[in-house]
Design a binder for this molecule. Structure first.
Ligand SMILES: Cc1cc2nc3c(=O)[nH]c(=O)nc-3n(C[C@H](O)[C@H](O)[C@H](O)COP(=O)(O)OP(=O)(O)OC[C@H]3O[C@@H](n4cnc5c(N)ncnc54)[C@H](O)[C@@H]3O)c2cc1C
Length: 414
């Protein structure tokens, strides 16, 4: 069976679903194919920060040295599985090349523009569509037990201040006034007032509902197996449910985008970066704010009637096994900052693959190789944050309008 389609989106995570929404708002006929259920990938169990102010790319000066130190610690939040994988070697090389001050300072305004505009779009989605996804704009509190890491983070806050990011540096009393539910080991904090948070799977499903209401056709359990091409065009997308013949194709398959790109004969500078989350029933001593625990880089979000922790970044390919030692380190770190963390009622342990680009910036652009292919991927640690703005940019690129933010400028990718 062959289906004639106008726009075909591959991937039913936050990026694909937001692209579907903004394209249908624009009046474009859209079909979205997803190999599993909608929101089965990285968009499901993440920690739900709208990190409006998290603007220092992962590839930053000092990251390589820090990464090497972490590699020697089996409980550390970072791990690379040693293996002969040329894509990984190439990614590490490009990542290393991006770990310099000039590149970092070039990335900050782009990441900030994306998160600021996206935060406004989350609010507009609530106002215009009446969506309910547990959105709260309360900020984020970064907590420190160690003087050295606090001083380093305060330097980062000074750097971000140059770009207009507001922060408040807090002593122990200031921290306790803002968040009484912390232990006495917490010596300092930095508050980022512009962060917000949400329940990620609820968000994706709500946007999917709104997109469907406006005419998007969703085809779950439909896996893209490959493509047929003719010159500089994709002429057909081959799936487990027949061939689609779209006018335009949006590649929004998260960490799997690089596999599909390879199928099309080009490489995306991306690696799957595995992370874990553990979700508990909300305890009586639940923190009221999202927290970042500096030790082990643990992220904490109170989400409705749940409390979720996430951590770790493992470059292990698509190996989805769960390293219980790293999970235990996450729980142990939580117990060093927060009271009563031992007898929580477990709801779910989850792992997901962040689509990590080598320079820490997302890839949102028309492909250089195929004129009817739009790339919307590589969002790394910020895909939820950048979901709505990415959807809007995709709709602008497809309409041949100048995009609000030109993420691709100066970067040669596909
Ligand atoms: C532990 C953890 C914590 C995180 N915390 C945050 C946070 O607080 N804030 C934030 O902004 N971001 C966070 N992130 C990052 C965020 O989750 C991702 O950047 C985002 O979900 C990526 O969305 P996506 O739509 O690109 O990918 P995904 O959500 O992975 O969606 C891609 C979809 O494509 C489908 N697919 C793949 N191959 C095919 C195929 N061949 N055919 C059809 N469909 C296919 C997959 O099944 C999947 O559903 C976190 C990630 C992790 C792992």
């Amino acid at each position: 069976m062959t289906k004639q389609e106008d726009i075909l989106i591959i991937g039913g995570g936050v990026i694909g679903v937001c692209a579907a929404y903004y394209l249908t708002v624009q009046g474009q006929p859209v079909t979205l194919v997803e190999k599993d259920d909608i929101c089965a990938g990285s968009s499901y169990g993440n920690v739900g920060w709208i990190a409006n102010g998290h603007a220092i790319p992962l590839a930053a000066p000092g990251m390589l040295t820090q990464g090497l130190k972490w590699l020697l610690d089996p409980g550390s939040p970072f791990y690379i599985k040693p293996r002969l994988d040329f894509d990984l070697i190439r990614w590490l090389w490009q990542f290393g090349a991006a770990c310099n001050k000039k590149q970092m300072r070039r990335g900050i305004p782009t990441l900030l523009a994306l998160s600021r505009t996206s935060t406004e779009l989350f609010e507009r989605l609530i106002a215009d569509e009446g969506l309910d996804f547990g959105f709260e704009r309360k900020g984020l509190l970064h907590l420190f037990t160690d003087r050295h890491t606090f001083e380093k983070a305060a330097e980062e806050a000074d750097l971000l201040a140059e770009f207009g990011v507001e922060t408040t540096v807090l002593d122990q009393t200031g921290v306790r006034q803002m968040e009484p539910n912390v232990l006495s080991a917490v010596a300092n904090g930095i508050y980022y007032p512009d962060y917000a948070h949400l329940i990620p799977d609820k968000f994706v499903k709500e946007v999917a509902r709104a997109a469907e209401g406006r005419g998007t056709r969703f085809s779950a359990n439909t896996e893209v197996l490959g493509f047929e091409t003719s010159g500089r065009r994709i002429s057909a997308v081959v799936t487990t449910r027949g061939n689609f013949k779209p006018d335009q194709v949006v590649l929004a398959a998260g960490a799997w985008s690089s596999l599909l790109a390879r199928n099309l004969g080009f490489r995306l500078p991306m690696q799957p970066a595995k992370g874990y989350s553990v979700t508990f029933k909300r305890p009586p001593t639940c923190p009221s704010l999202p927290l970042s625990l500096d030790k082990h880089k643990v992220a904490v979000t109170p989400m409705g009637d749940m409390l979720r922790f996430s951590s770790t970044l493992e470059l292990v390919g698509f190996d989805d096994s769960i390293n219980r030692r790293r999970l235990a380190a996450t729980r142990q770190a939580a117990g060093e900052y927060l009271p009563d963390m031992t007898d929580l009622e477990l709801l779910e342990i989850w792992r997901g693959f962040r689509p990590a680009s080598s320079d820490g910036l997302p890839i949102i652009k028309r492909s250089n190789r195929f004129e009817n292919l739009i790339l919307a991927t590589g969002h790394g640690m910020l895909g939820i944050t950048h979901g709505p703005i990415t959807g809007k940019l995709v709709s602008q690129i497809i309409a041949n309008n100048p995009p609000d933010i030109d993420v691709a400028s100066g970067r040669i990718l596909a």
